[in-house]
Design a protein around this ligand. Structure first.
Ligand code: FES
Length: 214
């Protein structure tokens, strides 16, 4: 049986920073959009959680479906999310003032609508993945628009270097792979990569070099 370190392709005893970097690489390889599968993605995520929890031996390595999570702090930012594809399915518009109220009342699948907390120093994409969701991405470094979200309420940070023109950032478009919550509560529509003006900034899924090691 593989240990969590085996799953992340790490030597036992790797430090926290090495673990986080390895997780980011492996979760990318395992993502369904990049040739992986949901099962492999869950396996990588579970390995990361096991190492964070101090479990290092093969015998204690959890199976993929285990949902043992460190309890988020109540003061961590709360994100309410909605899949952009749901809007088209329901005839809703991004400009609908009651968009999230309609989503909350629509009994949607948790992949499409829900909320989660974002732990300190996690990006929005990392937080989504840690909750088991396979949100789209490609470069994970601010160099494409595959991970774009529209922030409807609250805000996400933007690094100094990123691909979005100011016209898009003014409309609330942010990059989930590099954005960390900077407000207590956020409402975001994710999976907006196919919006016409974002489409030309996208990269096709594939093995890209990392635009950033952070
Ligand atoms: Fe490329 Fe986020 S995945 S900018």
């Amino acid at each position: 049986m593989d240990s969590p370190f085996d799953v992340l392709h790490l030597d036992p005893g790797a430090d926290d920073e090495a673990v986080k970097q390895a997780y980011r690489r492996r979760v990318k390889e395992a993502h369904p959009d990049h040739g992986g599968s949901k099962a492999e993605f869950q396996r990588v995520r579970a390995a990361y959680e096991a190492i964070k929890a101090g479990e290092t031996l093969p015998k204690s390595w959890p199976e993929p479906e285990v949902e043992e999570e460190t309890e988020p702090e109540d003061q961590d930012p709360l994100v309410e999310y909605l899949d952009y594809e749901v809007l088209a399915d329901n005839g809703w518009e991004l400009t609908d003032e009651d968009l999230f109220e309609k989503a909350a009342a629509a009994n949607l699948d948790s992949e499409d609508y829900g909320e989660f907390r974002v732990e300190e120093r996690d990006t929005l994409l990392e937080a989504a993945e840690e909750h088991g969701f396979t949100w789209p991405f490609s470069c994970r470094g601010g160099a494409c628009a595959n991970c774009a979200v529209i922030v409807v309420e609250g805000d996400l940070s933007l690094p100094v270097s990123h691909v979005l023109p100011s016209e898009m950032t003014d409309r609330g478009i942010r990059l989930s792979c590099v954005g960390e919550p900077i407000t207590d509560d956020l409402k975001v529509v994710y999976n907006v990569k196919h919006l016409p003006d974002l489409d030309e900034l996208r990269l096709p899924p594939g093995p890209y070099e990392w635009a950033s090691d952070d």
